[in-house]
Write a new protein. Structure first.
Length: 319
């Protein structure tokens, strides 16, 4: 009985799954970092079972709105990294560069699952993830070169292959299965959702556990820097809501969420490979905690936006 209630709590309040994964990863890094070995497989599972619940028509429709995708990509890949870097320029180098690298990242691939948890549109999140991930190999070297004079080399072919393997292929397979057995897939919609949530929780746990092995120390100054970073990211996320004012609130919520939930796996890889001597990786892990700490507030704000946009309609109907 208690186990059933706990399962229901997690599946209906998926932000708790994220926070639980972060807590477990930090608490037991040595015991749970093996999960990160299977991150690709878990990501494929997340996208496949999420794709069983997607509308292909919606995905195509969002992809056709080139103005929305162009503005979202410009804001995320160019505006955000420079805004975070210059706003944090008074901080020690390891913090300012960590902010720059984080801001330069494309949308994290797990956002397609998270969007639904926040009242957003999974199909739109998938489009933004794909577009920003395709552009990132070209924008990241440009941004780092302009900001700090360091050229970051990214294996474009490898990144495109990874994108195809973890996003495109599971999506195509999911659409094909959905078309082959529509009634069966729809009947078991809750099961696909629960599998996605479980795989996502394991994925977060593995990433955090692996990152926590870098030797994280938290000083009072780091705590202050985290609060400052939280304010910056919160403001930029709020700004993301106004990128495409012609879209509906759930779609604008999705865009804002995509601006916040960046590809931390890629950020950690770049930090470790190109900026290890600056010691930015431990700060990147702390920024990962900042992003996840912001999620509950974003969910509350998203619920408020949706409710406030429904409220005037009710008043009009009762008038």
């Amino acid at each position: 009985m208690l186990a059933a209630k706990f399962k229901r709590l997690l599946t209906e309040n998926q932000v708790l799954v994220i926070l639980l994964g972060v807590i477990l990863g930090i608490s037991f890094p040595s015991k749970l970092n093996f999960i990160n070995t299977y991150s690709t497989q878990l990501l494929i599972l997340v996208f496949f079972f999420s794709s069983l619940r997607l509308s292909l028509g919606e995905v195509v429709g969002y992809a056709k709105d080139w103005r929305m995708t162009a503005l979202s990509s410009l804001y995320m890949l160019i505006v955000m990294p420079f805004a975070l870097f210059f706003a944090g320029s008074f901080l020690p180098t390891e913090w300012s560069v960590a902010l720059l690298v984080l801001g330069a990242m494309p949308t994290g691939t797990t956002i397609a699952l998270m969007a639904e948890f926040f009242g957003g549109k999974t199909s739109l999140a998938l489009v933004i993830t794909t577009v920003t991930s395709l552009l990132a190999p070209f924008t990241i070297p440009l941004v780092t070169k302009i900001a700090i004079g360091t050229t970051v080399e990214i294996d474009v072919v490898r990144m495109f292959f990874s994108l195809f393997l973890t996003i495109v292929a599971p999506f195509i397979l999911g659409v094909l299965v959905q078309r082959a057995m529509p009634a069966y897939i729809q009947k078991r919609d809750a099961l696909w959702r629960n599998i996605s949530v479980a795989a996502f929780g394991l994925l977060i746990t593995g990433i955090v556990a692996s990152s926590s092995g870098e030797g994280i120390s938290l000083t009072w100054f780091d705590g202050g820097a985290m609060l400052y970073a939280m304010a910056l990211l919160g403001a930029l996320t709020w700004g993301g809501y106004y990128i495409a004012t012609w879209r509906q609130p759930p779609e604008r919520i999705t865009i804002a969420l995509c601006m916040l939930y960046m590809n931390n796996t890629l950020a950690l890889f770049i930090g470790d490979r190109f900026f290890r001597e600056l010691g930015i990786v431990p700060k990147q892990v702390l920024l990962l905690l900042v992003v996840n700490a912001l999620l509950p507030a974003v969910k509350v704000a998203a619920q408020h936006v949706v409710t406030s946009n429904k409220h005037p309609k009710r008043l009009k109907q009762t008038a």
